[in-house]
Design a protein around this ligand. Structure first.
Ligand SMILES: Cc1cc2nc3c(=O)[nH]c(=O)nc-3n(C[C@H](O)[C@H](O)[C@H](O)COP(=O)(O)OP(=O)(O)OC[C@H]3O[C@@H](n4cnc5c(N)ncnc54)[C@H](O)[C@@H]3O)c2cc1C
Length: 376
């Protein structure tokens, strides 16, 4: 396994960071506080091609390899977890459409998806179905040439603004994936107030009351929604979140190096005190180890290795935990200023906690990884 990025990957990396520097960092604290993601930032992400990052160039996408896609998530994660969350959920739907969509579905939705004119959201969680994600109460009833969906989805990232939902419901007791357009009669989008972390991720609840979806909107086969479609999407989402956590942790490390190099206590810069150096050492080790696990997962995903899903779970598990630890230490090293909106570490600290819960919580990853290794 090669441990260096190619010149092309490095060039992309510089472009991603320049984008974050110009488009995200100048406004992130303001929009995070407001809890509203700027529509012009969605447009900028679309214009840069990032919302079509995974689509092949033949379909107008950037056609990024998985490692370069990881670097995009790292750069966005370094700037803002809500922006990276948009890329995550949109790419989950895009990857599912590319993998499981019919020719007609691709022709209908891919152009909008790739350009960013149409934003996708992933609707699995329900009020009573979280970690046990296959225990859905939302039901699909056959109705002529289509289906009627009834139920409720909760905590849907960018649910407030998405145009197309990849939504899961039970059809004859088996989880089935549907593509539900926002303006479908019977679908009501109810905004959720900005939470403590990822405040600008435009969360929504989706209420479905006899919501009629044509048969042409069924994604993959009936009953294949969990094993195939949801798992394709979740694997992609975990990969994206893991890299986002590397970015978040790197941002905390950089902020801490800068802060402790500028503030003096006991006659010396904070970074000259050995206990602060120990803190920095743990932060560096966490960041570097998380990035290496992400690189391994990306390499296995790119080569289609059957070990890729497990490596991705491990990367997500470790990177989310690392992000939490690094962000917490960053706040510690900033003292009282760590809680001030004048410094970014408080935002990263709040956002990092979300990463431990979403896309399969820490405990769910422990179950997946522990069981896999116990069974060997
Ligand atoms: C900011 C944010 C964005 C989100 N975006 C989306 C989205 O876009 N789409 C979507 O579908 N969902 C989304 N979610 C929901 C998210 O996927 C769920 O919160 C997550 O799956 C956990 O489910 P839960 O909150 O119901 O917790 P629960 O499942 O009730 O779990 C509560 C706690 O118990 C632990 N636990 C559960 N089962 C076990 C077990 N067997 N053994 C040990 N511990 C266990 C969990 O790890 C957790 O710590 C989002 C959530 C947040 C906070």
């Amino acid at each position: 396994m090669q441990l260096a990025f190619t010149p092309e990957q490095q060039a992309h990396q510089q472009t991603f960071h320049a984008f974050v520097q110009a488009e995200v960092l100048p406004r992130v604290e303001a929009y995070d506080e407001a809890g509203v993601f700027p529509p012009e930032l969605v447009s900028a992400l679309g214009q840069a091609g990032y919302l079509g990052a995974l689509a092949p160039t033949s379909l107008g996408g950037l056609g990024l390899d998985m490692l370069t896609f990881g670097l995009l998530n790292e750069a966005l994660g370094q700037g803002c977890a809500s922006a990276r969350s948009l890329l995550t959920v949109h790419s989950m739907v895009l990857a599912s459409l590319l993998r499981w969509g019919s020719a007609a579905q691709k022709a209908r939705w891919l152009p909008g998806f790739v350009s960013g004119r149409l934003v996708g959201a992933f609707a699995l969680t329900e009020p009573e179905s979280g970690s046990d994600a296959n225990s859905l109460a939302t039901a699909a009833m056959p109705d002529g040439e289509g289906f009627r969906l009834t139920g409720c989805k909760k905590w849907i990232t960018f649910g407030q603004t998405a145009g197309l939902f990849l939504l899961f419901a039970k059809l004859d007791g088996r989880t089935t994936a549907f593509l539900v357009e926002r303006d479908t009669p019977g679908l009501t989008v109810v905004p959720i107030a900005p939470p403590a972390g990822c405040r600008a991720s435009m969360l929504a609840e989706l209420r479905l009351e006899s919501c009629r979806v044509p048969a042409a909107n069924l994604l993959g086969r009936a009953g294949a929604g969990w094993t195939y479609v949801a798992n394709t999407a979740l694997d992609n989402g975990r990969y994206s979140v893991a890299w986002g956590c590397v970015g978040l942790a790197q941002a905390c490390l950089d902020a801490t190096v800068a802060y402790t190099g500028a503030r003096r206590q006991f006659g010396a810069f904070l970074k000259e005190h050995q206990l602060i150096q120990a803190m920095l050492t743990d932060m560096v080790a966490n960041v570097e180890a998380a990035r290496l696990l992400c690189c391994k997962a990306g390499y296995l995903q790119q080569t289609g290795d059957p070990g890729a899903p497990l490596a991705t779970s491990l990367a997500k598990y470790f990177a989310a935990r690392a992000a939490g630890q690094v962000a917490s230490e960053a706040v510690q090293a900033h003292g009282a200023n760590g809680f001030s909106r004048a410094y970014p570490v408080q935002r990263h600290w709040r956002d990092a906690k979300v990463m431990d819960v979403i896309e399969g919580s820490r405990q769910i990853q422990q179950m997946v990884i522990g069981r896999a290794y116990a069974g060997r």
